[in-house]
Design a protein around this ligand. Structure first.
Ligand code: BGC
Length: 365
């Protein structure tokens, strides 16, 4: 009998009136992952420290209301388009599309963020848990209708979470549109290896396998430049404490209130390949040894250090969110790619198969 197992429990009702469930995935290697069919949200993730003690190391909430009454993206599947599209506008096949442009919009038109007013994170998906040898997981499916949030084309989407016996959480994305449309999916989990209410992640040590990043304008839209990290606070090629340079006077850090940027991964240069995956980065907490490596098929990584987290929001167990209480390592194509023809395309043609894979490999150092 497999050492892996799962349980299914009720998770409450979303503000859209959908009943949500939670899947508790007990990995054969010791990691426990609790995820909901409500946008694939990671509710809890227990990983061992260097002495084998399990602790919940993600930022999240006890039930759907936490996501519904504040920033909704903690630990979710993000789609149809992860991160920002300038002014919520793009042109495709001679047609101009206007999406909701609600983000960074004080007094004016903002941008489209993470799929719009109600992104893929805010739906209850069809979900089937599975056991496969020593692995355990959930397959999530949904249909995004033609015109949903202003995007062209109906999209059939499947996201598969697998927790392996060697403590890898694999996320596989597949989607097929029936019209040409932009697709850029990611997972928005926030780690804090000191645990919930562990305070700031500035003491975590991070590696980003990237020699370049894409600076933004004041509205957090990439300017289109691809700039070397050499000599800047964005150089994480050698691991560095997140807090080491985050508060330096630097225009880009001021715009993001910290790290909230897209790095262009060094494909196979410094990281080497591994079954089509490249190493995007790593995170490590020196206090307890908990560590993760992130491997992906995607070309870029958005690192966001929860610079807008608000103390007004109550998180799990009645604790409050706080400034820089987690770090999200979001594998993706670059933000605003539909308006940056010089960058790798995010347009998936009608009938074409979009696929993407990311692995979070947990361990200790
Ligand atoms: C973005 C941040 C945004 C956050 C919302 C990140 O992916 O880069 O700017 O505030 O998501 O949760």
């Amino acid at each position: 009998m497999s050492k892996a197992s799962y349980q299914v429990v009720e998770f409450g009702v979303t503000k859209y009136g959908q009943k949500a469930k939670k899947f508790i995935l007990n990995g054969a290697g010791g990691v426990v992952l609790e995820v909901s069919d409500y946008g694939g949200k990671v509710v809890r993730l227990f990983t061992p420290d260097r002495d084998g003690n399990l602790k919940d190391v993600v930022v999240g909430f006890d039930d759907p209301s936490g996501w519904d009454n504040g920033d909704p993206y903690w630990g979710c599947i993000i789609g149809r388009y992860g991160n920002r599209i300038a002014n919520g506008r793009f042109s495709l096949n001679g047609v101009d599309y206007q999406l909701p442009a609600l983000n960074n919009a004080p007094g004016g038109i903002g941008c489209n963020l993470h799929g719009g007013a109600r992104g893929w994170d805010a739906y209850v998906w069809d979900a089937e848990p599975f056991l496969d040898g020593e692995s355990v997981g959930v397959v999530f499916k949904r249909t995004s209708e033609d015109g949903e949030e202003g995007f062209p084309g109906k999209v059939e989407v499947v996201v598969k979470y697998t927790l392996t016996s060697d403590n890898v959480w694999r996320v596989e994305y597949a989607a097929v549109p029936d019209k040409d449309t932009p697709i850029n999916m990611t997972q928005h989990v926030y780690f804090n290896f000191k645990g919930e209410a562990g305070g700031t992640i500035e003491d975590h040590v991070m590696t980003i396998c990237a020699s370049n990043f894409t600076p933004t304008n004041a509205g957090q839209i990439p300017t289109g430049e691809v700039v070397s990290v050499e000599g800047t606070p964005f150089d994480f090629r050698n691991s560095m404490r997140i807090g080491e340079r985050i508060n330096e006077p630097n225009e880009q850090l001021e715009i993001g209130k910290g790290y909230d940027h897209n790095w262009v991964l060094d494909k196979g240069v410094m990281a080497g390949g591994d079954g089509g995956l490249i190493k995007a980065g790593a995170l490590y907490c020196p206090l307890n040894g908990r560590a993760v490596e992130v491997w992906t098929t995607e070309p870029c990584l958005q690192v966001y250090t929860a610079n807008w987290a608000s103390y007004d929001q109550t998180a799990k167990g009645g604790e409050h969110l706080s400034f820089r209480c987690g770090v999200a390592l979001e594998t993706q194509h670059a933000p605003d790619s539909p308006n940056k023809p010089q960058w790798p395309t995010t347009i998936v043609k009608s009938g074409e198969h979009y696929s993407s894979m990311t692995e979070f490999r947990f361990g200790t150092l």
